[in-house]
Design a binder for this molecule. Structure first.
Ligand SMILES: O=C([O-])CC(=O)C(=O)O
Ligand SMILES: [Mg+2]
Length: 216
C-alpha cells in the first residue's frame, strides 16, 4: 500500500494512530505533550526530514550556511524536524523558513524548541509544531550541521522517512516499516468510530454500540 497523505491528514488523528499501534502490540512513540501546533487545529503528516544542530557561541563568518542547505534540500511532503534538546534561549523556526518550506511543498515543521514570527506563520497556514515562542534568532546560537539524518527528539529516535503525524493531541513518530499497516488499521478504526458515533448520537446505548462496532 502506498500511503495517501491527504487521506491521512483528513481522516486520521493522533489518538487513532496511537490506538492502532497499541492494537498491533507496539508502543506509540510520542514527542512531549507540550509540542503543540501554533495554529490550533492544524495537522501535520509527512516524511521526517530531521536536521542536526550544534551549539555555537558566536556568529559564524557565513551565517545560516547549513540551514540554507537544508531548506534547499527539503522536498514535497517532508516534515522539517528540528531537535534542540529542549533549548529555551533561541527560536529555531520562523516565517521565512516556513514560507521556504511551504513553497517547496513540505508538509510542516516540528521542534522541541521555540519559534518566532508566530503571527505571520499562523497566517501562512503552514503547520508548525513547537513548545513555545521567543524572538531570538538562531544565528550565533545554533548551526545546522547536517540534514536528512537520524535524530532524537524527547527520547524518540527519528529516521529520515519515518511518518510524522501531529495534531492538537500530540505528535507521533511511526517507522517507515510499520507505517502502511498502522495507517490502514487507523483508517479502519476511524470507520468503526464513525459507526459508533452515529449510533450513540442516534440513541443507541453505548454498551450496545461497543458490542456491535468494537471500538471506543
Ligand atoms: O531567521 C530565522 O532563523 C527564523 C526566522 O526569523 C524566519 O524564518 O523568518
Ligand atoms: Mg523572521
Amino acid at each position: 500500500m502506498t500511503i495517501d497523505l491527504r487521506a491521512v491528514r483528513e481522516r486520521l488523528t493522533s489518538p487513532l494512530l496511537s490506538d492502532a499501534i497499541e492494537a498491533l502490540g507496539g508502543v506509540p512513540r510520542c514527542l512531549g505533550h507540550d509540542v503543540a501546533p501554533l495554529l490550533p487545529g492544524s495537522v501535520v503528516a509527512g516524511w521526517a526530514f530531521p536536521v542536526r544542530l550544534e551549539r555555537v557561541d558566536e556568529r559564524p563568518d557565513v551565517p545560516y550556511r547549513g540551514l540554507l542547505a537544508a531548506l534547499d534540500a527539503v522536498g514535497a511532503d517532508e516534515v522539517f524536524v528540528v531537535p534542540t534538546g529542549r533549548a529555551t534561549d533561541v527560536a529555531v523556526w520562523g516565517e521565512l523558513l516556513s514560507t521556504s518550506c511551504q513553497a517547496r511543498g513540505a508538509a510542516g515543521a516540528v521542534t522541541d524548541g521555540l519559534v518566532r514570527d508566530t503571527r505571520q506563520v499562523r497566517g501562512l497556514g503552514f503547520p508548525v509544531f513547537a513548545t513555545g515562542t521567543l524572538p531570538l534568532d538562531i544565528n550565533g546560537r545554533f548551526e545546522v550541521v547536517a540534514h536528512r539524518v537520524p535524530a532524537e527528539v524527547d527520547g524518540v529516535g527519528i529516521e529520515p522517512g519515518d511518518l510524522i503525524f501531529g495534531d492538537s493531541d500530540g505528535v507521533l513518530v511511526i517507522t517507515a516499516a510499520e507505517a502502511d499497516t498502522v495507517v490502514a488499521d487507523a483508517l479502519a478504526k476511524a470507520d468503526g468510530e464513525s459507526r459508533f458515533r452515529a449510533a450513540v448520537a442516534g440513541g443507541m446505548l453505548p454498551g450496545e454500540a461497543y458490542e456491535r462496532f468494537g471500538v471506543l
